[in-house]
Design a protein around this ligand. Sequence first.
Ligand SMILES: Cc1ncc(COP(=O)(O)O)c(C=O)c1O
Length: 369
Amino acid sequence: MIRDRVRVSSLLPDFPWDTIAGAKARAAAHPDGIVDLSVGTPVDPVDPLIRAALDSAADVPGYPATYGTPELREAAVAAVARRFGMSGIDSDAVLPVIGTKELIAGLPRLLGLGAADLVVIPEVAYPTYEVGALLSGSRILRADGMTRLGPESPALIYLNSPSNPTGRVLGIDHLRKVVSFARERGAIVASDECYLGLTWDAEAVSILDPRVSDGDHTGLLAIHSLSKTSNLASYRAGFVTGDVELIRELLEVRKHSGMMVPYPIQAAMTAALADDRHEAQQRERYRARREVLRKALVEAGFRIDHSEAGLYLWSTRGEDCRTTLDWLAERGILAAPGDFYGPTGTQHVRIALTATDERIAAAAVRLSA
Ligand SMILES: Cc1ncc(COP(=O)(O)O)c(C=O)c1O
């Protein structure tokens, strides 16, 4: 008999997707098939330029560097400067990660946080922020504004602009307030910026934008993913940048733990970061899908909140999200219920733009029927 132990899985919430199995089965019964808009998984091709770079690095037998190749780190610095005006980043301050979910789930542990520490996450949030805090045994507070914190001194504050699931963009003033609050109280700010390249009705800026950071990256981490902007979710490709001391610390722990991005993936990332054409093309695909879906949802009586950027339409019919989920499932459409993302999300559903043009058009027809 194996002796009793604390099962790590018991510290974590139930996997919420099981709770929409019924809606999924109902949507799948539609004669023209399901339109699954519940997950944000890319469906468009990986650009040939990226595939060629992957292929060119296939015959490399040795271990990759945890720090990544200098070419990758330099390509990341150049890309964020070109695409987002994030100037003043040194390539020493870039660390590749095996997809950003992995980093987020491990970050509080990697930073040495524990039971005495508080992790602040957005009120409605990507669930992995909570998971990472739970895995480290830290306390968690959901707050969108720093006044909610009272006298607390958090160890880590998560930001996510543009947000999953709401598509909300935080303005420069808001970001500056968070940075200044964090600096007063000695907190680290981790800004998850995986949707920064997908903006529609508002400009989204990085925490490392000089208008936010004043050029001082101390205590700041910006987390960037190639999953959505370059259709590389299956490759597991992201990086974190910002405070060089924190990056070195993460590197040290990750080196010991074998948390290396495979070398062919590093080569593919380098090519993707050096090319803005495929990224712009992908953005335009999502822009077109968003227009079609947005119009159809509004005409079907939905209200769309926030959603100025990112890959989701945060939509409501002014009722419990599970009722809306059923209404959509009857029409063969699957969405994600807002209660997946936090207790204040219960009146919304999250509708993803990540389906083919054909499926998005089918959703629009069904919504108008
Ligand atoms: C807000 C947010 N952060 C991080 C991730 C993780 O992305 P990846 O692990 O593919 O880099 C996602 C994926 O959906 C996300 O929505």
